[in-house]
Design a binder for this molecule. Structure first.
Ligand code: E4P
Length: 223
């Protein structure tokens, strides 16, 4: 499963990239707004750090305006992926750009039929938001399972990108369900490495090692 970091913060992206296991980046208008920097400039900076797919979302909601807004973003770098919402105009825009060979990430997906249409429109990525479904009492991961079955039934090449991840258990479930990609905040990526028994075990190994070194020094020299 590919791992993307879900942030527009350059420091966080650099930390995630330094692990050597980062495959891409997702951003959205809220994440960009939080940074308070010009959108295109930040996308350029991100693409200089990460060579994998970097999603940049448009804010227009009508086909022609969406395409017009996407054009300058497409020119930023080869690894830019254009993000459209799962609305009727978004499906049309996805078809237009996909037919041109531009990679599209269809976002704000909350049910499997949106994913089916996105795949038919040639999307490179579909982003079901599992955490937001959980937030309102639903089962976000069930949607991933449903999309996996539908895509496998018909051999769709669109990659499932599990998004709106809240905790490491979402990552476990995404990987077990065969999600192609998961995008998560830096904190969750860091939590993937953590286990208290690893920390305790390491602490004990190092303490035992130091103890044995001290004992060796005390040993009398061989005659
Ligand atoms: C994905 O592309 C989105 O940016 C993201 O996962 C949304 O997550 P949120 O529900 O935590 O805002």
């Amino acid at each position: 499963m590919d791992i993307y970091v879900d942030t527009a913060n350059l420091d966080e992206i650099k930390i995630a990239a330094s692990l050597g296991v980062l495959d891409g980046v997702t951003t959205n208008p809220s994440l960009i707004a939080k940074e308070g920097v010009p959108f295109k400039q930040r996308m350029k900076e991100i693409c200089a750090v990460v060579k994998g797919p970097v999603s940049a979302e448009v804010v227009s909601i009508e086909h022609d305006a969406m395409i017009a807004e996407a054009e300058p973003l497409i020119d930023i770098a080869e690894n830019i992926v254009i993000k459209f919402p799962c609305i009727e105009e978004g499906i049309k825009a996805c078809k237009t750009l996909s037919d041109r060979g531009v990679r599209v990430n269809m976002t704000l997906c909350f049910q499997p039929l949106q994913a089916l249409l996105a795949a038919k429109a040639g999307a490179f990525l579909i982003s079901p938001f599992v955490g937001r479904v959980d937030d309102v009492g639903g089962d976000g991961m069930e949607i991933i399972q449903q999309i996996r079955v539908i895509y496998d039934n018909y051999g769709f090449k669109t990659k499932i990108l599990t998004a709106s991840i809240r905790h490491p258990q979402h990552m476990v479930q995404a990987a077990m369900m065969g999600s192609d990609v998961a995008t998560a905040p830096l904190k969750v990526i860091q939590q993937m490495i953590k286990h208290p028994l690893t920390d305790v075990g390491l602490k004990n190994f190092l303490a035992d090692w130091e103890k044995s070194k001290a004992q060796l020094v005390k040993e009398p020299a061989m005659a």
